[in-house]
Design a protein around this ligand. Structure first.
Ligand SMILES: Cc1cc2nc3c(=O)[nH]c(=O)nc-3n(C[C@H](O)[C@H](O)[C@H](O)COP(=O)(O)OP(=O)(O)OC[C@H]3O[C@@H](n4cnc5c(N)ncnc54)[C@H](O)[C@@H]3O)c2cc1C
Length: 390
């Protein structure tokens, strides 16, 4: 969000300084890793549609500018029990705000994607969006940084913002490396926004998330194009994943669990406090999450991962990442109620990446003194009460 905002500010000709506490592409926050899904099938509600449309155009524009492929349109399948919470919301939203997509039955899913066979009781329905796919996340971050710099932004890594204060005509930011002054400050601090949001009575929940890769029995069936990106609801959670991508074809099929039901919270919630670095070692969390993921994988991708020989799953890599969840599951993007020169964007609830260039534009407009656009009201801080408590 920070890089996209720096780019949007610099493109408006505004003098822009981006400060990052670690190195620019570190692995401690929410944004690292090889891929992120780009989809329009929202169970999260129609508020996200204008943002995703704008983000799509901006990613494609950045591709032209950088000469790099950033968004691979291998399609996205969202599927699950017809009356279940995910598909009920996705089908309802699709009816309200149609986008290019097809509704598929379980048989049609099997025919279309030979690596997928959803073996769940009850009627399964899917929505397939051909223009969805995955973003090459690392490449996208580098392209945003390069473009921000090319448009005149200064990006400084290893600059931890220790404090800031608003004065009548400026904002003053303190780091160990120096003091900086600006007309506006935009805080895109991801999980590190937790203490500031707590001052406004907003509890950001930080979750440590594990992502797994499985090696295929039938490699051709997990290739992007034959296998889409997916979000599939099962009786034991909402899972997502990405097919083999061209950058790292040896990795296999990526699968993660998106939801954070109470049974998961107890062992994936991160402590708040000074030190919020995600532990890279993996403990009993793996023992609890891996069996769920593997049960889902066996019941969903048997043709691709198990083949006909009845062999079991072959685990590949595993990674640790971080979600920051707002109390109501929606983004928080607004000026701080008591600081007209300071805006904040946080609480992206495990699905913010795809929107980054569009959110950068919204924040840049706020910094330039424009009111938040009407379609962003859903993300306002006022919905939580918005009173500073500390
Ligand atoms: C496992 C996983 C899968 C996901 N899948 C998808 C997906 O498929 N599609 C999708 O759209 N989204 C997805 N997301 C969500 C998406 O990745 C996040 O919403 C997005 O990356 C959030 O970015 P951010 O900039 O808010 O946070 P971050 O990337 O954490 O950035 C915050 C930055 O602020 C810096 N910072 C904090 N405090 C300070 C300070 N005091 N001084 C200086 N710098 C500071 C941090 O170091 C960090 O670099 C996924 C997330 C995870 C974890």
């Amino acid at each position: 969000m920070g890089l996209a905002t720096c780019r949007a500010l610099a493109r408006r000709g505004l003098r822009t300084l981006g400060l990052e506490q670690y190195d620019l592409f570190h692995d401690q926050g929410c944004s690292h890793g090889s891929t992120r899904i780009f989809r329009r099938a929202f169970a999260e509600g129609p508020d996200y549609s204008p943002l995703v449309d704008r983000a799509y155009d901006l990613w494609r524009e950045l591709e032209t500018e950088s000469g790099l492929e950033l968004l691979s349109a291998c399609g996205v399948l969202t599927a699950g029990p017809k009356g279940g919470p995910t598909m009920a919301a996705v089908l309802h939203h699709r009816g309200q705000q149609p986008y290019e997509s097809e509704v598929l039955s379980a048989d049609q899913i099997r025919e279309r994607f030979p690596g997928i066979d959803i073996r769940q009781p009850g009627e399964i329905v899917g929505v397939f969006e051909p223009s969805g796919g995955y973003l090459y996340a690392e490449r996208a971050l580098e392209a945003l940084a390069d473009s921000a710099r090319a448009h005149g932004a200064t990006l400084r890594d290893c600059h931890h913002v220790a404090s800031w204060r608003e004065e009548a005509d400026r904002v003053v930011v303190e780091t160990e490396e120096g003091t900086f002054e600006a007309g506006s400050l935009i805080l895109t601090t991801g999980p590190w926004a937790k203490p500031l949001l707590a001052d406004y009575g907003i509890d950001l929940t930080l979750l440590r998330k594990l992502v797994f890769w499985y090696l295929p029995e039938r490699e051709e069936w997990i290739r992007a194009g034959t296998m889409p990106c997916f979000r599939i609801e099962s009786p034991y959670g909402l899972y997502y994943g990405v097919p083999d991508n061209q950058d790292t074809p040896e990795e296999g099929l990526k699968i993660g669990r998106h939801d954070h039901s109470p049974d998961l919270l107890e062992f994936c919630e991160l402590e708040s406090g000074e030190e919020m670095r995600v532990e890279r070692w993996v403990d009993d969390q793996e023992d609890r999450v891996r069996p769920m993921v593997e049960q889902f994988a066996r019941e969903t991708f048997a043709p691709a991962l198990l083949g006909t020989k009845g062999a079991d799953l072959v685990p590949g890599d595993m990674a640790v990442r971080q979600y920051s969840m707002s109390p109501d599951g929606h983004f928080i993007i607004d000026r701080l109620p008591d600081h007209r020169r300071v805006a904040l964007a946080a609480g992206f609830c495990g699905h913010g990446f795809k929107f980054a260039p569009a959110i950068g534009e919204v924040l840049a407009e706020m910094a330039a003194g424009q009111p938040a656009p009407a379609h962003m009201r859903f993300a306002g801080i006022g919905r939580f009460g918005g009173c500073r408590t500390a």
